[in-house]
Design a protein around this ligand. Structure first.
Ligand code: ADP
Length: 158
């Protein structure tokens, strides 16, 4: 059984993330969606809220596990006994950073490989853009799961 870790901020999860997870499940038997705990990064939702939204967005698919971790992804993967890290590529803007990260992670954990899945229809969507639009009163319901649209409205007092 092959497992992959899909790590990120997921603040909040978008339809772009969901599509990468769904595509990932074509290649892997199990995916651990891991929310990175980074106290230095300003976030809109708490780790628990983000995990809840991820779970709800994936209709409790038994092949998907939702977790969180602090520190190096390389160490977390080792602890979980997982050798594959899944990432989504949205375009050339993502490439440079992802190339650096993949190689740094390869150095930190020689047993680990990063696998990329090309973004589909939602290639232009990012969590930060979603937040920016929502904060300014925009309707983002077409690019985020239903639960996220609801939680954004609650969080922003609408
Ligand atoms: P990070 O803070 O690590 O960038 P994100 O939650 O923004 O965390 O993203 C996690 C992963 O999901 C990254 O590999 C990113 O490229 C990918 N991703 C984000 N948005 C999309 C999207 N719309 N389509 C495909 N992949 C995406």
């Amino acid at each position: 059984m092959t497992t992959a870790i899909y790590a990120g901020s997921f603040d909040p999860i978008t339809k772009g993330h969901v599509s990468i997870i769904r595509s990932g499940l074509v290649a892997f038997d199990r995916i651990i969606v891991a929310v990175v705990i980074n106290p230095n990064k300003k976030s809109l939702f708490t780790i628990d809220q983000r995990k809840e939204m991820i779970k709800a967005s994936l209709d409790a698919d038994p092949r998907v596990e939702v977790d969180s971790f602090e520190g190096l992804l390389a160490d977390y993967a080792r602890k979980q006994n997982v050798r594959v890290v899944l990432r989504g590529l949205r375009g050339v803007a993502d490439f440079e950073y992802e190339l650096q990260m993949a190689n740094m992670n390869r150095n930190l954990n020689t047993e680990m490989e990063t696998v990329f899945i090309m973004a589909n229809d939602y290639f232009y969507v990012s969590s930060s853009l979603v937040k920016e639009a929502a904060i300014l009163g925009g309707d983002v319901s077409s690019v985020v799961p239903e639960i996220v649209a609801k939680k954004l409205r609650e969080r922003l007092g609408r």
